[in-house]
Design a protein around this ligand. Structure first.
Ligand code: DX5
Ligand code: ZN
Length: 236
């Protein structure tokens, strides 16, 4: 799976459920179920109550998912400041991707190199009002560009429409660079807007409340039907 991810042409669209909206009391089972339903990678939101006003999970939980038997890529989205200290811990815990916000690092190039030196794929995350100019001198050190389509910190917010234009701009930058870089979008992604988001250039789709949302206990096949619907919308 990790090897396949290196070639965007083979896996153009990846669905990345954000476990922020999963039932944490049954996390291993939730991750198993959503992967069995056809999800591709596990989006893992790390919040520190400092860079963002919320507190979530750390390397111990990532490691626990690996020990539980999760082999799918784990996409660690760091909403922490500072970032460097915790990167080796996440690499040791089994992270596949590690992405961070440029505003949270004093030395962006160094942090990107640190992630790759630890054997992980590296990415930069852009808040809705953060300029893509942070990419100008580091495209060769990046495996993932993550555009936030909400302000970070909470699941269940509405998609900010200006993200569409930013996705088109980021897609142009990636294509012009010739590098193998995924374009991920995070926040307010649901079956009813995922088609339009893909058309704007995204190839990796985080969805928390859109997948784990309502009614999860009443219908064990809910994840299958939501993920199938997302794929159908993307195929249109
Ligand atoms: C927000 C997180 C997101 C969040 C998305 O800071 O980065 O990954 O879980 O949740 P939804 O899909 O509900 O907007
Ligand atoms: Zn996220």
């Amino acid at each position: 799976m990790i090897e396949i991810l290196g070639d965007n042409s083979m896996t153009p669209d990846l669905i990345a459920p954000s476990i922020l909206s999963a039932d944490f009391a049954r996390l291993g089972e939730e991750v198993d179920n959503v992967l069995a339903a056809g999800a591709d990678i596990v989006h893992f939101d790390v919040m520190d109550n400092h860079y963002v006003p919320n507190l979530t999970i750390g390397p111990l939980v990532c490691e626990a998912l690996r020990k539980h038997g999760v082999t799918a890529p784990i996409d660690v989205h760091l909403m922490v400041k500072p970032v460097d200290r915790i990167i080796p811990d996440f690499a040791a815990a089994g992270a596949t991707y590690i992405t961070f916000h440029p505003e949270a690092s004093e030395h962006i190039d160094r942090t990107l190199q640190l992630i790759r030196n630890e054997g992980c794929k590296a990415g930069l995350v852009f808040n809705p009002a953060t300029s893509l100019s942070y990419l100008d001198y580091v495209m060769d050190k990046i495996d993932m560009i993550l555009l936030m389509s909400v302000n970070p910190g909470f699941g269940g917010q509405s998609f900010i429409p200006a993200t569409m234009e930013k996705l088109r701009a980021a897609r142009k930058m990636i294509d012009a660079s010739g590098f193998d870089i995924r374009l991920e979008v995070d926040g307010g992604v649901k079956a009813d807007n995922i088609g339009e988001i893909k058309a704007a250039g995204a190839d990796t789709f985080v969805s928390g409340s859109g997948i784990f949302g309502k009614g999860r206990d009443s219908d064990p096949h809910r994840y299958d039907s939501i993920i199938r619907e997302m794929r159908e919308q993307m195929a249109r």
